[in-house]
Each structure stands twice: as C-alpha cells, then as structure tokens.
Write a protein that binds this ligand. Sequence first.
Ligand SMILES: Nc1ncnc2c1ncn2[C@@H]1O[C@H](COP(=O)(O)OP(=O)(O)OP(=O)(O)O)[C@@H](O)[C@H]1O
Ligand SMILES: [Mg+2]
Length: 236
Amino acid sequence: MPVITFANTKGGAGKTTAVLLLATELARQGYRVTILDADPQHWISRWHEISGHVANISVIDFVTTASLPQHISENKQNTDYFIIDLPGARNPLLATAVGLSDHVLIPIQGCAMDARGGAQVLELLQYLEEKAGIKIGHSVVLTRVNSMVTTRALQLVKALLNERHVPVLDTAIIERSAFRDIFDCGGTLHTMDPMRVSNLDKARENALCFAEEIIRKVPGRLPVAIRLANAMVRAA
Ligand SMILES: Nc1ncnc2c1ncn2[C@@H]1O[C@H](COP(=O)(O)OP(=O)(O)OP(=O)(O)O)[C@@H](O)[C@H]1O
Ligand SMILES: [Mg+2]
C-alpha cells in the first residue's frame, strides 16, 4: 500500500484539490483509497460528507502526529493507496507524514512561481536523506496552470526546476472550474453534469493523466476481483 503525501508549507498551493482528483480517479479505476485529512479546513471531509457514499473511498479526519502511524498500519489490509492531505503550514505533522511516505508530491502553482513553500519540503527531504539516510521519492506537480499558455509557462518552470534537479510530473493540473465545483457539489468529475460544468471532458482527461502518471511512478495493487475483471475484458 503506497503512502503518498501532498505537501507544501504555503497555503493555497493546490494540495487538497490535487488529493481529491487523484483519490477519485484511483477509486474510479477500482483502487481502494484512504484519504487522511490533516487540512485544518477539512475540505475533503466536508466533500465526503456531502457526497454520501463514494465507492472505494474512505476518509479519516482529525489526525495528530501521534495517531498518524497507527492510521497507516490499521488500514494496510483494506487500502491500495493511502493519501495524506497536509496543512499549508510548517508543523510537526509534516516531518512525520513525509518520513512515513513512499512518495511526496509537492504542488506548486505553475503560474505564480512562488515556490518557497515547496522549497521547504524539498529541504526537509534533502535533510532526511543526508542526515538520516532516508531517501523518499518525490515530485513537483504544477497546479492551477492556465490552459491557454500551458506549454510556454510549463517549459519555463520545468527548466528552472530541472536546473535544480527537482523531478517534475509531465502532467500539470490545469485551472478548471470543475476542480472548484466538485467541492460544492460533492461526488466526482464523473457524476457531474457536463451541461452545467464547462470543459468537464478536459477536466476528466487531466485528472486521468495525472493519476496515471502517479500509478506509473508509485504502483499500487488492484484488488483481485478488479484484476480478474480487467483480464476478462482484455481477453474478450
Ligand atoms: N486546478 C485548479 N483549478 C481551479 N481552482 C483551483 C485549482 N487548484 C486549486 N484551486 C482553488 O485554489 C484554492 C486553494 O486550493 P487548495 O485548497 O487545493 O490548496 P491547498 O494547498 O490545499 O490550501 P491549504 O494550504 O490552505 O490547505 C481553492 O479555492 C481551490 O478551489
Ligand atoms: Mg488544503
């Protein structure tokens, strides 16, 4: 069960949005996902409450540094991906969650290039590696990228991060109204009405590419029943 933490000590970088996009897309593909909601604004827990039952997703609210390892070990058997949404602040939970993760995703707003909060997470990862010999896979994911100027903006930011040898996901999360609306409506991008939400098809495609890139980087194991069903579809 891979543990993936979204971390950026700067508030509003797009962590919670990225967590929800990844979790709902993984769940749609059949992975059982547990989200640990450590965001003091509890957006994911509120989303879960208004959504009712969402197949394959469970949410744990109210986490402390002391309870975090227990949540992970308790859910090992019934979860294929364990995703942690951290607060946008430097607090003790950051080091604990990062230290327990298989991969750390650092959302950085692609347009603003205010990467200071992301840099603090990168410094922590470097510290863990140099001082404690703990090497944790990580990547930056560019968020809130303007769909009209994607290519130029992305190339510039990627080049800057590349100079510093920071891995960046190929898929950036685009600024889409669907990614905001999902928190108001509940449900997933696939239960939203395309007649009411603009560019929903593009939003779904973006979430799919994002999740697939993460699955390639941090493979999880689909439950046996889903793997069997997929094999039968392929054989037919
Ligand atoms: N790709 C996106 N498209 C549209 N709106 C977005 C996108 N990503 C984030 N937002 C909006 O930006 C704001 C901040 O995003 P979000 O809550 O995901 O950031 P965060 O890093 O979790 O913040 P915090 O540090 O306060 O927990 C929210 O209003 C959210 O709806
Ligand atoms: Mg948040």
